[in-house]
Design a protein around this ligand. Structure first.
Ligand SMILES: [Zn+2]
Length: 408
């Protein structure tokens, strides 16, 4: 029974319904935000409502103004929450010089630029992917400018990203730490045949207030209007880029889940090993994009013959590894991968955790030159045996087995 009499508080169900509706709008606006970003948000926000008292005219402007201000407030909150909890702002590279998650240096200047690291004083350095390929003598330059452009990709580790920056700019920073990045380009822009898009997929590690570090993916990309990064990477766009980014996102998510599960069982991974796993993940993601590209190429006549090659070396990876001995195993110092030399020039590439990435046939000359230049260095006996054991275990019944690339 509700209290009766003169002291009874008036109640308006209409006003309560309005409140519920607004709450619904705020919830919907924050919906794209993941749980961790919400953790950085305050418990509630105060909204101002302006309602005209003299309602002779039906003026819609106050409603529009209220809606605009509500959207702006929620967006500001969402961004604050994200910066608080992840230590970076989506779409921006943290700038250690300005000490700001967003500043004039934090975004690529155009759609051809990627992030190559930070300057000595902590300013993000943006460069055209093509000029990076030219400087490194990377043959993928043909993929950016060739007859049939297609995605080209390389990766940078923490050492390369942060190698220049002076410790005083980095050490007491509250920003999440960059631990690796994939630099990719040659993606078509819908409706703009002459232009293509470059993107930096930066992985950041945030440890503030956490037992288990949190790894997040930050996509840096200047998408020409009217397109938007969220729409061109959305699943429904069915592009190579969306497939690739989706897979990268999900493997990072699985890795994070695994870290949390392991930690709950008391098996906390060291930072060093977590970061090594991130490197593996970047390398796998790179080969995945290459797989997607090849699959796409196959749809064109020019690539038809290549795809029908009956001597595909991939299937021989496992038997070559188990038949070979440790002197056939090398570490690729530039790529942080493991290289297995099989018979007839077959070369198989594995991640350091023993996951098979790709196989190819190399000429004797190019194998010899890689060894002579110490790009490939022989693996120590102990490490080689450990790798062979890991692979052997992973191929026993009941285990997921050797991966042939995870593209799906
Ligand atoms: Zn700056």
């Amino acid at each position: 029974m509700e209290p009766q009499g003169p002291h009874r508080k008036p109640r308006s169900r209409a006003a309560e319904a309005i409140h519920r509706r607004i709450r619904g709008v705020v919830k919907a606006l924050l919906n794209g935000t993941d749980g961790d970003s919400l953790a950085g948000l305050p418990d509630h926000i105060e909204l101002r409502l302006r309602i005209p008292i003299h309602l002779q005219e039906n003026d819609h402007r106050d409603s529009v103004q209220f809606a605009d201000s509500l959207l702006a407030q929620v967006e500001t909150l969402r961004i604050q929450g994200e910066t608080e909890s992840l230590g970076h702002r989506t779409g921006h590279a943290p700038c250690y010089w300005c000490q700001a998650p967003v500043c004039q240096h934090s975004q690529p200047p155009d759609s051809r630029s990627i992030l190559v690291g930070w300057s000595a004083t902590g300013i993000p350095i943006w460069r055209e992917l093509a000029s990076l390929f030219i400087e490194n003598g990377d043959p993928q330059i043909d993929l950016l400018y060739g007859e049939h452009p297609g995605p080209a990709v390389c990766w940078l580790g923490e050492g390369e990203l942060l190698g220049e920056i002076l410790p005083e700019y980095l050490n007491d920073s509250l920003f999440a730490r960059p631990v690796g990045a994939l630099l990719a380009g040659g993606f078509p822009i819908p409706g703009q045949a002459s232009e293509s898009l470059c993107i930096t997929a930066l992985i950041l590690e945030s440890r503030v207030g956490r037992v288990v570090p949190r790894y997040s993916l930050n996509l840096l990309c200047a998408v020409p209007a009217p397109h938007h990064i969220d729409t061109i990477t959305a699943d429904h766009s069915r592009s190579i880029m969306s497939g690739w980014i989706g897979a990268l996102r999900s493997s990072l998510h699985h890795f994070q889940e695994q870290l949390l599960v392991d930690a709950s069982k008391g098996k906390r991974a060291s930072l060093k090993s977590s970061r090594q796993r991130i490197v593996d993940l970047l390398i796998e993601s790179r080969s995945q994009l290459e797989t997607l590209r090849r699959r796409n190429d196959r749809r064109t006549k020019h690539a038809q013959q290549r795809s029908e090659d009956p001597n595909r070396p991939t299937s021989a990876a496992l038997s070559d590894l188990l038949d070979g001995d440790e002197s056939d195993l090398f570490e690729d110092r530039r790529e942080s991968t493991i290289v297995l030399r099989g018979p007839q020039g077959r070369i198989h590439i594995f991640t350091s955790s023993g996951r098979h990435i790709t196989s190819a046939v190399y000429s004797t000359d190019s194998i010899q030159s890689r060894i002579a230049r110490s790009r490939w260095v022989p693996m120590t006996k102990t490490r080689a045996h450990a790798l062979i054991d890991r692979v052997r275990q992973s191929t026993e019944p009941g285990s997921p087995g050797l991966s042939q690339g995870h593209a799906s």
